[in-house]
Design a protein around this ligand. Sequence first.
Ligand SMILES: NC(=O)c1ccc[n+]([C@@H]2O[C@H](COP(=O)([O-])OP(=O)(O)OC[C@H]3O[C@@H](n4cnc5c(N)ncnc54)[C@H](O)[C@@H]3O)[C@@H](O)[C@H]2O)c1
Length: 248
Amino acid sequence: MNNRAAVITGSAGSIGRALCKVFKAAGYKVIGVDIKDQDGVEADEWLHGDLMRFVADDEYRDRMLGAIKAASGDAKIGVLCNNAAEQRLARTEDVSINDWQVSLDVNLTAPFLLAQGLLKDLENAGGSVVNIASIHARLTKPEFVAYATSKSGLVGLTKALAVDLGGRVRVNAICPAAIDTPMLREGFEGRSLSDLDSLRLCHPAGRIGQPEEVAELALWLASPRASFVSGACYEIDGAISSRLHDPA
Ligand SMILES: NC(=O)c1ccc[n+]([C@@H]2O[C@H](COP(=O)([O-])OP(=O)(O)OC[C@H]3O[C@@H](n4cnc5c(N)ncnc54)[C@H](O)[C@@H]3O)[C@@H](O)[C@H]2O)c1
């Protein structure tokens, strides 16, 4: 162990599991936080937590922050990886206020409140925040209004915190394009398998990404090797965001 704890939200999800595995292998004490069961997650501590409630309820928030700090034990909290997210898809006229609120609460407000609540610990550890944003922060498509807005906000938050915290805590974001996970496949529900194949081919890399590739980038961003990297948003996208899509 490196005497550093890494707090990873959304640890029961596909990228969350990869994050836990990679940080644990690097010697971190991994504290997973998720609303779902965390069977098989490679974490040292699992906390059941609802980030919606974390945002809405001050008492619950204090209890969850206390539980995270208690779970870290002797290790200093050196990494907060805000990875949990809700992806609610609907055309503009069908976006409910609930979909909108859930998207902003889980994807944007909870990351801010976690960074705020763990700030002293992160600062004491010379630590950093890694926000898992999305390509949808910058480039999006129909039905992603709530999700894309929340992810743009998360990129804005990354830069604003990096500036406000200066040398105290580094704050960076990762903007993945398509990563091979159930969340991605849900976006293709009701469509043919060939749509997924077309998606692969849209990426100049000729494939979509793997959760471990996102996790490896997060590990590097959190490490001292990235000590001058703050306020950055790294695209991990097989070059899709560099490609001009025109019919020629
Ligand atoms: N899969 C992709 O292609 C892709 C692409 C770009 C960005 N991302 C981002 O990567 C991150 C992980 O995505 P994933 O594909 O592993 O998704 P996932 O759905 O497998 O994981 C998300 C996790 O967040 C948890 N979560 C949701 N609401 C919560 C709440 N209220 N309280 C606590 N936990 C809650 C879920 O239970 C789930 O385990 C997300 O931030 C997502 O936006 C994913």
